[in-house]
Design a protein around this ligand. Sequence first.
Ligand code: PLP
Length: 395
Amino acid sequence: MAADGQAIAPNVHDAEPIPEAARAEIERLLTSGDLFRYTAPSDAPVALLEAEFAALLGSRYALAVSSCSAALFLALKALDLPKGAKVLIPAFTFAAVPSAVVHADCEPVLVEVGDNYRVDMADFAGKVPGAAAVLISHMRGHTSDMDAIMALCDAAGVPVVEDAAHSLGTVWGGRKIGTLGKAGCFSFQSYKLVNAGEGGILITDDPEVAARAIIMSGAYETNWKKHPGLANSCAHWQNKLPLYNLRMQNLSAAVIRPQLPLVAERVAKGRANHDHVAVRLNGSALLEVPPPLGPESRAPDSIQFNLVGGWSDADALRFQAAAKVRGVAVQVFGLSEGNARAFWNWQFLGEVPDLPKTRAMLMRACDVRLPVRLTGAELDYIAEAILEAVAEVRG
Ligand SMILES: *Cc1c(COP(=O)(O)O)cnc(C)c1O
């Protein structure tokens, strides 16, 4: 396989076609020029998306915005935290997450993450006192122990925001991820389950959080009247909050809406794909795919696994290269130059604390994309290439 691997390796980067139904709607919008969410008196595509997404998740309110990062920023601003407030975040996440905290004039406090990619609960419990809010990033769709996190935060009166960018369709103890905290934020960036190129959405059951986020997203003057059920709260906050203009436009909603009915199918396929590859990788004594937590039902479109059994940095790099020769991109988070998921690269934070558990995990944790559309043969190719690369490096 090595010699011609690149020619036949599955393409894990191209997106799936956008459902046909989007075309007619985009054509209609281009013809009318009605691209701004607040022009139509009612039923603008963005407003319809918000209603449909809230129904899908079972939340009271949804606010569609320009990205998940924008949703995280607005969620924190909507909590009305004092300047410089400490916000706990897992140290294993994407650089956009600490960035959203900084953008909201708060101070991110990094919490250790274990080698199962989930928040280290002992470190978390120690850091809750003194925190004004908690932003739980379900990184790569891995869910931390939300029962323990919510119990600690509820007891301390600390609000929780969920970064569910990569967790659309994940269920925890029968409840949808993104609905457990005060607010949940999702992404429609191209590498997520629903692809609009860019986009995000914030959900909440709290009318004050919803109203504040709506105003700050850019519902100037009385445009908030186009968000149902929030007249009193929005009227109260109008002109009292800054307008950050992070709105979604109608074309994005036209691309997203026909994908929502496909979410359940994509979740089921993604989980089956992941589990198929996981079984094969776990057959090697030198690889480990950490299992989900008990209450967790995942919705993966990538796989993470650890190099176990005494790997050196040099061997891990040789393994990455050997997989690449076979046409499969494996990224060891902590060993790829400038990786935005390695906390020591977040120089905009200034001095970052030493987090030995998270660092050790990142130095041996591997990341491989598994888009939902892959076939059984393509999944087997990827698993085989990884196992061959392990054998080549470790004998
Ligand atoms: C993609 C992602 C983000 C950022 O989402 P954008 O919509 O690109 O801003 C944040 N957190 C996680 C866990 C992500 O996967």
